[in-house]
Ligand binder design. Structure first.
Ligand SMILES: Cc1cc2nc3c(=O)[nH]c(=O)nc-3n(C[C@H](O)[C@H](O)[C@H](O)COP(=O)(O)OP(=O)(O)OC[C@H]3O[C@@H](n4cnc5c(N)ncnc54)[C@H](O)[C@@H]3O)c2cc1C
Length: 348
């Protein structure tokens, strides 16, 4: 276990916000976490509140954090007895997500290949229900192993109980603060099961590797190539990925956007009709049509290739600069289309 005080968090959040935490604590096992939270050994030593982070890739620190930031160094990857054709593996919450994807592809297992290169760690992947190119991580999760902060005991929660939805789970809602994910049990397969019909993955794969059948490694390499063209590399340009959620609007609101687009010659409005009668409009399209692509406000900017992504353009942007840009983008989309965007990124 390692406890430090007054810690610079710049390297702990992919936005690269130069903020400080009053304390930063890393633990190496469930037992250490249990000792820490249950026996009061650290009572009085740990500034409050507590905040558990992974790779800090979905967070915007809006200023210094007055409490203790917790981080897992549980990095085990333990195979479990197979069930039918399913290979099962327990992955520690602190394992870097893409290292797990790389391992699975190199072993020839299907499952996480479309989720390659998503930043962050395995524990947060189960909290966030990460998704990309037609796959969501909840499809691979058997159970989520947690420490129950309320009852002071380890629990194993079946995926079916975790309330998974689009980039959502009970961990982000009513369970927030109650469960700390310590490990995730995933089910992988050796049976051929690529998902290729989203975001040009199939076309790009065919161009690179011919007509198939393909290997998980080929799909992973293709997804990585597509992502590198589209998204900023956190090692070079700070961001937290998609900053805004895609709005779901009523049909009459969608009709209004269509009218505006027709009047102003903006072209067809991309949209998806949802089962509940609402219409999903890509936030990236709305932001783009407000002229934000590649724009800068001080040290903060809008990524030129994907305007859903706000970036720390110079590496020295402050939280206030990102917040000011966020507000300006929201205001212009509201003024032009009457739609209020909501952030996807968690503000701390
Ligand atoms: C360039 C870029 C591209 C991205 N692309 C995608 C994408 O394609 N698809 C996608 O879904 N996401 C994407 N993201 C968002 C991000 O990578 C995911 O949300 C990721 O799962 C966050 O993981 P993390 O470890 O960084 O979590 P953090 O950002 O540190 O934390 C996220 C949340 O999880 C909680 N948390 C973290 N660890 C634990 C734990 N052990 N127990 C309980 N709670 C915990 C935190 O408190 C916080 O609420 C992208 C981000 C970037 C920067």
């Amino acid at each position: 276990m390692k406890l430090s005080y007054n810690v610079d968090l710049k390297s702990r959040n992919t936005f690269g916000m130069a903020v400080r935490a009053a304390a930063f604590l890393e633990y190496d096992s469930v037992q250490e976490l249990a000792d820490l939270l249950s026996d009061g050994r650290f009572a009085g030593e740990l500034p409050l509140p507590l905040l558990h982070i992974g790779g800090g890739s979905n967070l915007l620190f809006t200023g210094d954090f007055p409490g203790t930031v917790l981080h897992s160094r549980i990095r085990l990857m333990t195979p479990l007895p197979a069930e039918g054709e399913n290979f099962r593996i327990r992955v520690g919450a602190g394992v870097v997500w893409d290292e797990f994807c790389a391992w699975a592809a190199s072993e020839g297992f299907w499952g996480p290949e479309n989720l390659s290169l998503i930043p962050g760690e395995a524990g947060a992947a189960a909290v966030q229900n990460i998704g990309a190119y037609g796959r969501e991580v909840c499809e691979l999760i058997e159970t989520v192993e947690c420490y129950d902060v309320l009852r002071h005991r380890p629990v194993s929660l079946p995926a079916a109980e975790c309330g998974y939805g689009y980039r959502d789970s009970r961990f982000k809602n009513e369970w927030k603060g109650r469960y700390i994910v310590t490990a995730v049990v995933f089910r992988l397969s050796r049976s051929y099961r690529p998902v290729l019909d989203y975001g040009h993955v199939g076309q790009a794969l065919e161009a690179a590797c011919g007509s198939g059948p393909y290997t998980p490694q080929q799909v992973r390499d293709t997804v990585i190539a597509i992502r590198k063209n589209k998204l900023p590399d956190p090692a070079e340009t700070g961001s937290a990925g998609s900053f805004f959620r895609n709005p779901f609007v009523l049909p009459e609101q969608y009709a209004r956007v269509e009218r505006i687009a027709a009047q102003e010659g903006l072209g067809p409005v991309p949209h998806f009709l949802m089962d509940d009668g609402t219409v999903k409009i890509p936030a990236a399209w709305l932001i783009d049509k407000c002229g934000w692509k590649g724009q800068r406000r001080g040290n903060a900017g809008v990524w030129p290739v994907q305007p859903l992504v706000l970036v720390n353009a110079t590496g020295t942007a402050t939280p206030d600069e990102i917040l000011a840009l966020e507000e300006a983008v929201i205001a212009s989309v509201r003024t032009r289309f009457g739609i209020v965007l909501r952030p996807e990124v968690e503000h701390i």
